[in-house]
Design a protein. Structure first.
Length: 185
């Protein structure tokens, strides 16, 4: 990429990173700026990059109400990574303890029958069955997917040895009801 000299962009005479917008990137950036649902920090970054394609950092900084170093930061990130560079970088902190594999195991566990003696899954029971996932994390996964354990089907199975013939008889009555004479007075 070609560099343009700008005394004010980064301080002591450093060259500003030039921005060449591709037409599809320009459309995406303008869409972010116009959309009312775009996060304001992302909209500001889009405005900075759009303006950086045509103006100097100090003019952009004054217009946007930010420091020239902020303009330089987003200019460089866009030049290096494109639209992806305008998204937030991962923040420092503790390493994620539970990955997508744990989430998949929790969701797959809900599709299995609960242990003997239980009709429905509970977070405590699922945590005990999985062994390495605490119940508060199971609740987090369920909330993220909109799953309500109390609304899920139960796995009740009748212990009556005559259950199948009885159920077939009841279903047969519904499908072919007997004719009855109704007496109206």
């Amino acid at each position: 990429m070609a560099l343009v000299n700008c005394v004010f962009c980064c301080g002591m005479g450093r060259a500003a990173t030039s921005i060449k917008l591709r037409p599809e990137d320009r459309g995406a950036l303008e869409g972010w700026v116009r959309a009312t649902t775009t996060e304001q920090r992302l909209a500001r970054r889009a405005r900075i990059v759009l303006a950086a394609a045509a103006g100097t950092a100090t003019r952009i900084a004054v217009t946007e109400g930010v420091r020239p170093a902020t303009v330089s930061k987003w200019r460089k990130r866009y030049a290096a990574q494109g639209l992806r560079g305008l998204q937030d970088s991962p923040r420092p902190g503790a390493v994620r303890r539970y990955d997508s594999g744990v989430e998949r195991r929790v969701l797959e566990g809900l599709d299995q029958k609960p242990p003997a003696g239980y009709a429905k899954w509970t977070a405590r029971l699922l945590a005990r069955t999985l062994g390495d996932v605490p119940r508060h994390h199971i609740w987090r996964i369920l909330r993220r997917h909109g799953i309500h354990l109390q609304r899920r089907k139960s796995w009740c199975i009748s212990t009556d040895p005559e259950f199948a013939p009885k159920a077939a008889h009841v279903v047969g009555l519904y499908l072919n009801p007997p004719e009855t004479q109704w007496c109206c007075r």
